[in-house]
Design a protein around this ligand. Sequence first.
Ligand SMILES: [Zn+2]
Length: 485
Amino acid sequence: MGRVLLRLLAGLVLVVVVLLAVLIFNTLRYKPEATADSATPYELGADIEQATKDLSAAVKFRTVSTDLEHPDFAAFLTFLQDSYPLVHTTMSREVLARQTPLYKWQGSDPSLAPILLAGHYDVVPIAPGSHHLWEHEPFSGVIDDEFVWGRGTLDDKGAVIAMLTAAEKMIADGFTPKRTVYFSFGGDEEIGGLGAMAVAVHLNEQDIELDWMLDEGSFVLDKVIPGLDQPVASINLSEKGYVTLELVAKSAGGHSSMPPRVTAVGRIAKAITRLQDNPVPGGLTGISEEFFDGLGRHFSFGQRVVFANRWLFKPLLETILAGSPTTDAMLRSTTAPTMLTGSSKDNVLAAEASAKINFRIHPRDSVADIVAHVRQTIDDPEIEIRYDESLANPASPVSSAQATGYLDIKTSILDAFGPLATVPGLTIAATDARHYGKAAKDAYRINPFKIEGSDLARFHGTNERLSIENLETGINFFGALLQKQ
Ligand SMILES: [Zn+2]
């Protein structure tokens, strides 16, 4: 009896030892890839003081996308002409829909497919009642020791100024790209991007297929991700789609003193509860796995054990990641009930009750998949599901993290910032890149600016600002990127 027990124990110890050995072996092999060869960042040598003044001046134009008729849209384009004379004599320029300029910098080798660098200069309005919270007037473009302040500095005039400053300096230095490089600055990104759409159509009509394009959609995140000490550049390969479903329940209505057991309002409430209890299936596959696999390599040894041994810990990891809205949004299509209607009087039964549920669609799902999920989950044939097809967008295709464009962007990030982590990611909001992507083999999304967690509230919020250091690094990034073309 004792001998059997001993053998069992010895067997158990052996299993544990082998398991530990496998876990440690996998963890040791799970390393970040080698990054920049040089610790000295690349410098283009552009005039940063001038660029800072240009960004400040750019902020002063009230290019608010809720007021597209404002003369500042046309005035902004004239300002670009005056500020970047070499760009405007070297490149050809057309102005397409919504005051969106498309520049063409002719390359020396016509056999190479062109690329497009994009940004936008329209901005979101200042939320009513938030004016007094701004440390500096939102359209004043105040420059202090560290920052340029104002609406649009981060989103997205900073990138526009960085691109043009880099191009102007390179033309002055006598540089001509081998590939043709297009630049496009959308005038209505914040309200749907008809300008970007027009650019894609324009390129398609001329049979021009871009090798790749780059737009906003992510940043170099510094201490934004808990547990990660070093900055990480998330170069996003896709952006989520969008659909809002309206659930409608009808009933006879009538006086509330004799209600049926199930009312229209009750039906809708039950449907919402079911949808919240049963999120759209998701997990660590495809682009979600690529992102967390890249990220996991930069964590501490203890955390790497989990990421490196997903064959064992995947369910645990998925549960942990699903626990926070930020990481959950990277795993699946999200479900957000946002609007409700019912009766207009407290003592009258609703003849019709409805709810609007906004879904942000992961690249693995289609709009039809979302509708099917909702129908199956609410399991109530009495509820009608409606949606406006013209407002529904699937997620954009997932671009390659091995293609030239991705590698050029990644190397240029390392050139400009020095060693840091780079990962392929997913944009969870919508950008113009979804339109431009229709004219490109691959579409990538990142702004070459380093932001911290506290900066996230500045987007579309109060006290938007860009540091002068960021502006300089951004110019160097675009310089390094253009040198490779
Ligand atoms: Zn933007």
